[in-house]
Design a protein around this ligand. Structure first.
Ligand code: ZN
Ligand code: ZN
Length: 84
């Protein structure tokens, strides 16, 4: 299973993402970001606003760089791990 996924990742059919010590495989069309709990390692998918992707275009322009993908993780404590 893992090897097949690595093959797909190499061919850009799926995106390999490493969060903490875990590898994740996601479809390129399924674009989202992650909230990662540093206490229980829970990972939640989140979609964030368009301005970030606008910024990406700006970075491409300023740096003459073609960005193919990005991965953004926000680290912190989830609802269950927050202490009141
Ligand atoms: Zn994004
Ligand atoms: Zn947690």
């Amino acid at each position: 299973m893992y090897r097949e996924l690595m093959f797909l990742a190499k061919n850009n059919i799926v995106i390999k993402n490493t969060i903490g010590h875990k590898d994740f495989f996601e479809l390129p069309t399924d674009h989202h970001h992650h909230l990662v709990c540093t206490n229980c390692n829970a990972i939640k998918k989140v979609v964030i606003g368009r301005h970030l992707h606008k910024q990406e275009k700006q970075l491409e322009k300023e740096n003459g760089f073609v960005i193919k993908s990005h991965s953004i993780e926000f680290y912190g404590l989830c609802r269950d791990c927050r202490t009141e």
